[in-house]
Ligand binder design. Structure first.
Ligand SMILES: [Zn+2]
Length: 260
């Protein structure tokens, strides 16, 4: 006697797609109600497959999924959104790859996070339509940290709780926020953070619309914001998951900005 097969419907974004066997693909999906899901798309690499094209990397799809013993199985798939603009050049592909890897690293299986799902879709859409993805990616980083319980403290000193004033403050990746000049000894590894960089991070965390009206940021401020956030994310991810392979890819030439 065979057991009844349990199936469920879910919308999902494909975070990762690995070829498996002759024609299958193992997918890591992000869903609003089930968090991260690993599922197999059988025969998807055959041209006649009905799911083919509906479960490509970054694609948002409506899926019918059968619960399997080890891996769930995708039985139907219909594309909702392809974010086609992401594939226009390597730089955009690299940014989108970074975003899906962030979501994969900071999310869990069977843990609903509707806010994170919405952030993922909004960010992919912004990347697909924007020529300069800097603000979209940084905003996503800060909002993702907030949605997963790691919001960095940017307004008060982590050590003495005094309000941070413009000056020679430091950003501690280890402690997760800013230290005032009087408390810098509480983390000797904390990097200096300029008034401008701190202002950008605060705006992206609280009022991104105001940020968008500011216009293009100076290159050195962009680099500083990116570096401080990156150090914090690396610190958090290394504590959360053992594998941080995406960082190696980030450091490779592929992620160098396009030369204009
Ligand atoms: Zn302090």
């Amino acid at each position: 006697m065979s057991r009844p097969i349990r199936v469920y419907r879910s919308e999902a974004v494909v975070l990762k797609a690995q070829d498996y066997g002759e024609a299958d693909r193992i997918l890591t999906l992000y869903t609003p109600a089930h968090g991260k899901v690993r599922a197999i798309a059988k025969g998807v690499r055959r041209t006649k497959s009905r799911t083919s094209g509906h479960v490509d990397l970054f694609t948002r799809s409506n899926l019918l999924i059968a619960v399997g013993r080890q891996l769930d199985i995708i039985t139907q798939a219909e594309t909702v959104e392809t974010f086609a603009g992401l594939r226009r050049n390597l730089w955009h592909v690299a940014q989108a790859t970074y975003i899906v890897e962030l979501v994969e690293g900071f999310s869990a299986e069977e843990l609903a996070n509707h806010g994170l799902y919405t952030l993922l879709i909004d960010t992919l859409r912004r990347l697909a339509t924007s020529d300069d993805p800097f603000l979209a990616v940084r905003a996503c980083e800060l909002q993702l940290l907030g949605l997963t319980g790691y919001q960095p403290q940017l307004f008060r000193c982590l050590h003495c709780n005094e309000r941070i004033e413009p000056g020679s403050n430091r950003f501690s990746a280890r402690l997760g926020g800013v230290l005032c000049p009087a408390c810098e000894a509480s983390d000797r590894t904390a990097a200096p953070v300029s008034v401008d960089a701190l202002k950008v991070m605060r705006n992206l965390q609280t009022n991104e619309q105001a940020m968008l009206r500011v216009g293009p940021l100076a290159q050195n401020v962009q680099r500083e914001v990116e570096k401080r956030l990156q150090e914090y994310i690396v610190y958090r991810l290394e504590r959360r998951v053992r594998s941080v392979t995406f960082l190696d890819r980030l450091r490779s030439d592929v992620f160098a900005p396009p030369q204009s």
